[in-house]
Ligand binder design. Structure first.
Ligand code: SAH
Ligand code: DHB
Ligand code: MG
Length: 230
């Protein structure tokens, strides 16, 4: 089966090109031991996020959907000393595991886990007038992706990059009749992206350890409303 080949190739790429790291390994181990769903980015995808942080010179990262902190830790490992991740998590149990994993990785000073529904916390961040984020990783519940996209535009600057996970879902995204709320959520997001004058983006399909999926890569082009203003 193709899926088996995708996994074998992913393992091959990982063994060659993803440096082993005790912090990331133990975050995976502890998250699994705590019974968290094993839906974090794959090691190869985590490596891609790290390279993005390094290549773009990212200093401030916003993540929506922390889970056990694997992707947050991966990205934070490549931040400069004054770099920060703010990561949002609705499930207090996930957040607690993430905080433990982050502390064990020595990254508690760099990664702030905020607990609550993202649609509650995002307006708070805007109200606090936080510095714009350079990179936003959207990886939470898919039905709300359009709303997260709107907030991400308000919390970034021209040149910032947004990465949206789980856009393709085995090709389901191309089926307008698919009744699944996640699929419809992603289609609404892509419709908006297509018409959005403040950003440009595309979707890259992927295969690998997590099957057939894909991510959107978006570049913010024009200033949104200033952070902290209505
Ligand atoms: N980015 C993580 C995986 C995130 S999985 C990694 O790769 O390591 C998706 C997470 O989003 C789950 O932990 C889930 O509890 C959280 N989530 C779901 N709905 C949410 C919401 N409305 N607000 C914030 N987090 C949410
Ligand atoms: C699921 C969620 C994810 O963020 C992901 O990358 C893979 C699967 C899920 O909810 O099934
Ligand atoms: Mg995901």
């Amino acid at each position: 089966m193709m899926d088996e080949r995708w996994k074998i190739v992913d393992r091959y790429i990982e063994s060659l090109l993803v440096p082993r790291d005790a912090s990331r390994d133990s975050a995976l181990k502890e998250s699994a031991a705590a019974g968290l769903p094993e839906i974090q980015v794959s090691p190869v995808q985590g490596r891609f996020l790290q390279l993005l942080v390094a290549a773009l010179g990212v200093r401030r990262i916003l993540e929506i959907g922390t889970l056990g902190g694997y992707s947050a830790i991966s990205m934070a490992q490549r931040l400069p000393d004054d770099g920060r991740v703010v990561t949002l998590e609705a499930d207090p149990r996930h957040a607690a595991i993430a905080r433990a994993n982050i502390a064990r990785a020595g990254l508690a000073g760099k990664i702030e886990v905020r607990i609550g529904p993202a649609l509650t916390i995002l307006p708070q961040l805007a109200g606090e007038g936080v510095e714009p984020f350079d990179l936003v990783f959207l990886d939470a519940d898919r039905p709300h992706t359009v709303e997260y996209f709107d907030w991400a535009l308000r919390l970034t600057r021209p040149g910032s990059v947004l990465v949206v996970d789980n856009v393709v879902r085995q090709g389901a995204v191309a089926d307008p009749e698919n009744p699944d709320a996640s699929v419809q959520g992603m289609r609404r997001f892509l419709d908006r992206l297509a018409r959005e004058s403040r950003a440009e983006g595309v979707v890259i399909q992927t295969v690998g350890a997590k099957g057939y999926d894909g991510f959107a890569f978006v570049r913010v082009v024009t200033p949104s409303k200033a952070v902290g203003r209505p």
